[in-house]
Design a protein around this ligand. Structure first.
Ligand code: NAD
Ligand code: DAU
Length: 345
């Protein structure tokens, strides 16, 4: 089977590409990625010479480019990881989120329909469900209640996939996973920000009171579930993916400080994110029951593995942080730090 993996040069997409090529001799992968600021061919360097693997640079929101890749590669199935993914960026400028996450999904669905693909897996997020109080978990039939432009664009894409199934019988399904962490994550998301800043003795920015809760899953465990979705998922269905490892952001930063042997004084409370969801929690009993999937990595081991990866791959981090596009990253933290200084004075 020839599978178009979009966004395969990003964090989770590259984990999936590496995993599939390790696990399946009968699957060929065409990695279709625009290489935005978040895409990095270093993430897929270890599979670059694999005869089952090809890379095509392209934009999922450009229907001609999508059509060309379908025609040139005889694509049979799609796993769509490609997206704009960072909530803070969507608050600054929502346009690329609407373009890639919504229009990009539409282009893929249209071409998937035209070329009669056998399976379409839409990689979505628990953020489409909104925020929880201190109890309860999201189930697949929980109402959609997105808080950020990012999660609203992902919810719109999910609905498009499900509508194409109902209207055109396109064999699409949606997976919704909780927060991922692990090697190769772009250092704008919480865990790699904390690890890379701690390693450089820089401050560790914690939004608000630090008591927001996220459910952390090691990215390779997510990839294992996505392969099951591709092979065993039922069209028209939604599948939640989660680990059960719920942590407040303060618990996460505490564990990172302990593992890196750095002082608590590095923690810096900064202005909260607007519309900041308080708690996510995923009920993934459906995939445990239907596919026999369960998470294997505990949070402490996953975090230790991740820290070790960032420690031994400082060149990867340096290359990213030195690139001019990261002026965004610096602006974010400079401004937040300054706001805090004003509040303190
Ligand atoms: P990422 O930001 O690390 O990578 C996104 C990739 O998509 C990059 O390689 C980028 O170049 C590519 N891309 C962006 N726009 C594109 C376009 N128009 N055409 C082609 N390629 C394009 O993202 P990630 O964190 O690996 O997330 C992957 C997917 O998983 C996303 O759909 C995201 O919504 C979903 N997800 C992420 C998490 C998480 O915790 N990171 C959790 C649940 C779901
Ligand atoms: O839940 C799945 C989602 O997880 C994915 O769909 C998104 O693509 C992914 O970015 C992630 O979204 P979050 O907003 O939860 O992740 P982020 O790493 O940005 O933030 C995690 C928590 O940490 C959140 O409560 C905000 C907080 N935070 C984040 C950053 C970047 C901080 O306190 N300080 C920071 O510097």
């Amino acid at each position: 089977m020839k599978v178009l993996v979009t966004g395969g040069a990003g964090f989770i997409g590259s984990s999936f590409v590496r995993y599939v090529l390790r696990m399946r001799k009968e699957i060929d992968v065409v990695n279709f990625d625009l290489l935005t600021y978040a895409g990095n061919l270093r993430n897929v360097e270890e599979v670059a010479a694999n005869p089952q693997y090809q890379f095509v640079r392209g934009d999922i929101a450009d229907e001609t480019q999508v059509e060309n890749v379908f025609e040139q590669h005889r694509i049979e199935a799609i796993v769509n990881f490609a997206a704009e993914t960072h909530v803070d960026r969507s608050i600054e400028d929502s346009r690329p989120f609407l373009r890639t996450n919504v229009e990009g999904t539409r282009c893929l669905l249209e071409q998937a329909r035209k070329h009669k693909i056998s399976k379409y897996v839409q990689i979505s997020t628990d953020e489409v469900y909104g925020s929880l109080g201190s109890t309860g978990s999201f189930r697949e039939n929980s109402p959609l209640d997105p808080s950020s432009p990012y999660s609203a664009s992902k919810a719109a894409a999910d609905l498009l996939v499900l509508a194409y199934y109902k209207t055109h019988r396109l064999p699409g399904l949606v997976t919704r996973c909780s927060n991922n962490y692990g090697p190769y994550q772009f250092p704008e998301k919480l865990i790699p920000v904390l690890i890379t800043n701690a390693m450089e003795d820089r401050s560790l920015p914690i939004y608000g009171d630090g008591l927001n809760v996220r459910e952390w899953i090691f990215a390779d465990e997510h990839s294992r579930a996505v392969l099951l979705a591709l092979e065993r998922g039922t069209p028209g269905e939604i599948y939640n993916i989660g680990s059960g490892h719920e942590k407040t952001n303060l618990e996460v930063v505490g564990e990172i400080l302990r593992l890196t042997n750095k002082p608590e004084s590095l923690i810096q409370f900064v202005k909260d994110r607007p519309g900041h969801d308080r708690r996510y929690s995923i009920d993934c009993s459906k995939i445990r029951r239907e596919w026999g999937w369960s998470p294997e990595m505990d949070f402490a081991s996953g975090l230790a593995t991740t820290i070790e990866w960032y420690r031994t791959n400082q060149a990867w981090v340096r290359e990213i942080k030195d690139a001019s596009y990261l002026s965004y990253y610096d602006r974010m933290y400079t401004r937040r730090d300054q706001t805090l200084a004003v509040l303190d004075s």
